[in-house]
Design a protein around this ligand. Structure first.
Ligand SMILES: *Cc1c(COP(=O)(O)O)cnc(C)c1O
Length: 421
């Protein structure tokens, strides 16, 4: 995947997803509401059922630890084969065994038959994952888990504010739901997260696990405070290249797509309490989240309809009655070669294009023993045909036109499949 970098770095750098931009008033406003309470209100649970954490990964560690304590003989955690590598690191951190499951053709949600095949008496939890604001089916994982006495974790790290077809908030259908407040994932305190549950007993277990596993840590919190200030300063097209785009281009230049997709993480997961100042910043910004999500949705629906005419591009959307969020537009291109060509032209071009995650889980070499090889043809195909467009407020008509033009140039035309290069 080496990429000749003859072109100069772009003047404007668009983000790969729509993060809620911070304002100066977020940093120094008057009395702030509580972030936990704000998040609980957003997802419709009472405040004692939500545990604020220092990351989505930490929320997953808390959830798995609470579940592990209740079901000591169960050691396996089933996750979709195409998901964030941090999920694999969280499972390894808890001393549990990862089982990667294939997905439905052309989607990221579990293939029900594969899932049934993996579920058994050793299954501790099934992690069902929403990606890019699009909702995954929860029926199959819930049914499989109930059938074998396992738990369901709903990974809504990329779907805070989304609603299922039955009206339930994403994150509230599983036994535990997790959210991420990382940079770029909608509402952000640079690194943060939450675990939610509807069950009182589970809430107490999560609280106890958080008490034990998330100590105060001045060093980590100070570092995150500085990073959050940096996020406030640099999250805009005129400055984003310094903290994001240039790094992507360097990684692409040395042929490292995992680094370019920002998929390479330390196995040492920071676990600490979130300080009051960052909580207050997140709480103030969260007041703008509903309106921000509405605006993202309007933009996404307009861009989706503008892409409907392009042969060989399918935009993943909501199913009837679902109400997802739109940090990115997820495209499935008709074939992997076209996707490679599209990435060559667009990834690192300052237009907010990325593959989301570079690989399926077993293909990250740095994860090593944490992920065993598995037969996952559909996940490989989904990964190889995925292209994401960051749906930020800065994706204007001119930038979008450049993306469409590049897609049209690389896609096979008509039934003959003649390619224009
Ligand atoms: C980002 C992400 C996580 C982890 O969240 P962090 O806050 O970055 O630790 C988990 N699952 C998915 C699907 C994610 O995208």
């Amino acid at each position: 995947m080496s990429r000749p970098r003859a072109e100069p770095a772009p003047r404007r750098e668009l983000p790969p997803s729509a993060g809620l931009p911070l304002r100066w008033s977020d940093f120094a406003g008057s009395r702030a509401p509580s972030l936990s309470e704000r998040l609980a209100t957003l997802v419709g649970v009472s405040a004692d059922r939500l545990i604020l954490t220092c990351s989505g990964t930490a929320a997953l560690v808390i959830a798995l630890s609470a579940m592990k304590q209740r079901s000591r003989h169960r050691r396996e955690v089933i996750v979709p084969a195409y998901t964030c590598p941090l999920v694999a690191l969280a499972v390894a951190h808890c001393g549990l065994q990862l089982r990667v499951c294939d997905v439905r053709p052309g989607h990221f949600e579990f293939d029900p038959a594969s899932l049934r095949g993996l579920c058994g008496p050793r299954t501790l939890a099934i992690v069902a994952t929403h990606l890019g604001g699009r909702l995954a089916d929860m029926d199959a994982p819930i049914r499989c888990a109930r059938g074998v006495g396992a738990w369901v974790i709903e990974d809504a790290a990329q779907a805070l504010g989304a609603r299922h077809a039955n009206g339930a908030a994403a994150g509230t259908l599983g036994d535990v739901g997790i959210f991420s407040l990382a940079a770029g994932k909608g509402l952000s305190i640079y690194e943060g997260g939450a675990a939610v549950t509807r069950d009182g007993a589970m809430a107490r277990r999560l609280q106890a696990a958080a008490q034990e596993l998330l100590p105060r840590d001045r060093w980590w919190e100070s570092r995150r405070v500085l990073e959050l200030i940096g996020y406030g300063l640099f999250y805009r097209p005129s400055r984003l290249r310094w903290v994001y785009g240039d790094g992507v281009r360097r990684a692409l230049g040395r042929g490292d797509p995992a680094a370019a997709a920002q998929d390479v993480f330390s196995p040492r997961i920071p676990l600490h309490r979130v300080g009051r100042w960052r909580q207050a910043i997140g709480a103030r910004a969260s007041l703008r989240l509903p309106e921000f999500l509405q605006a993202s949705r309007r933009r996404a629906l307009m861009r989706s309809s503008q892409m409907r005419g392009i042969e060989g591009v399918q935009v993943l959307g909501d199913r009837p009655n679902e109400h997802g969020t739109w940090p990115v537009l997820m495209l499935q291109l008709s074939d992997p070669a076209a996707r490679e060509q599209a990435l060559k032209r667009l990834w690192g071009a300052g237009l907010g294009i990325s593959p989301m995650f570079a690989h399926v889980l077993p293909d990250y070499r740095y994860l090593g023993d944490a992920v065993a090889p598995a037969r996952i043809p559909n996940a490989r195909d989904f990964c190889a045909r995925l292209l994401c467009i960051g749906n930020s407020q800065w994706l204007d008509d001119a930038a979008f036109a450049r993306i469409v033009e590049a897609l049209q140039a690389v896609l096979p035309r008509g039934a003959g499949g003649a390619r224009i290069s």
